[in-house]
Write a protein that binds this ligand. Sequence first.
Ligand SMILES: [Zn+2]
Ligand SMILES: [Zn+2]
Ligand SMILES: [Zn+2]
Length: 471
Amino acid sequence: MTVGAVVAARAAGPRLTAEPAPWPGHVFPAGTAAGAGALAVAALVDPVFLAGARWDRDRQVLRLAPDHPQFGWSACCFPGCLARRRVGGFCQACYGWLTASGIDVTAGGLDLAALPARPPLFREGACAVRGCGRPWRSAGVQLCVWHAEQREHFGMPALEVFLARDDVRPMAGFGPCRVVACDREAVAEHAYCLTHQRRYYKARRQGGFDEARWRAAEQPVTGPGTVMLRGLPPLVTAQVLLGLQRRAADGLKLREDTLRSLVGELRSRQAVTLDDLAGPGEVVQRARMRWLASSLAAYSRRALLDPETERHKDVWDLAAFGHSGHADFTAISQHWLRQCARDYAVDDLSRRRGRDTGGRLRERIALIALLSASLRTRPDHGDDLTAVGRPDIDAFLRRRAMAESTGQAPGSPASARSSASSWSCSGCGRWESPVPAVPRPGFARISRWSPGTCPSGPVPVSPAGTCPPRS
Ligand SMILES: [Zn+2]
Ligand SMILES: [Zn+2]
Ligand SMILES: [Zn+2]
């Protein structure tokens, strides 16, 4: 098995291929304006995972069940209540109502089936008039504004009596609320649902109110377990879903309200990618949000990584090789030395295990960058490999010693000492280095060599790469 094959086998996630991905109809409805990146990420989302998370593709919403193994939540014990459990096994509203009714919820042996019926709380619902397309005014009234006023006009008969009247006609609905993330019905023409109508009147009192932007960034009205992704760019939606899937596969749990907060942050910032929250330097008020965005983005990104393409880049995401962190080769300016460093890194990563493999590699790259900086002092900036000779290594080792004396050498003090001790003389002019891949014509390995123990004077390096004979 080749090094690349070994590395590929260790890397997480499938590879991208040059073939166009089929339309991910399990993630996006037909016609979604998704770019190639979003489609590639969405294609990796498992339909079985989406079914377990109750993904509503058309409404772009997750309806997570309380018993979901990773994203579950505790529901109120009160029969029929869909709120989150807060106090004594009940939600805040149920607890308050039961306590006010003289029921001690802390007492043992409470018979849930024998609890008295609770008055309806505010929740979404349709007008009780058959065929009426408008939302009800409240759960208590169960009629839209039009029919509630009509009922008052008729002298407030019982609801059943009112509904049975021949002159009560259904009314056409006003369509969906114009807040992008909201899936409720509007309560007036070209307007909003009840909740967003109230929020709209409040928001427009503020200076510089931009209604179009407010509609795009305004949060939906949701309950426990409901995470509305509608209104997010397709790429962000795909990243969130794939990240959740990969986290769940690793057995990592996540509070659904934390996920909802993250999605809210993405929406209010109008993020175009998860990295808008996870990127370095991003100022996110809540550190937990940044951590979660970073985690989901990393899981999503890893799924698309391929070590065979990553190895040709100048900055590597080491997740492609089964390790953490990044490796940056951009400080190595000479093309030949950068390629040597990359070849070395591929070989090194395929051989090592452990948590700090990436850290050790970065130390080695920093050492090679120091060599690169030293070679740049040459008239040809070190770009001509055949012209590099032993004086250049002398110069590099002096630079290295100076960096160590000022505490600026790459790596920890322990690794610096270890590195310094390994740069001893081989006595033959062959350069041995922390770059095993460096043995190229005219530039042999460079380790086990130092100015203090080497024979004085320049030692010619054969253009063919063979060592000069020992004297
Ligand atoms: Zn409750
Ligand atoms: Zn109605
Ligand atoms: Zn709304």
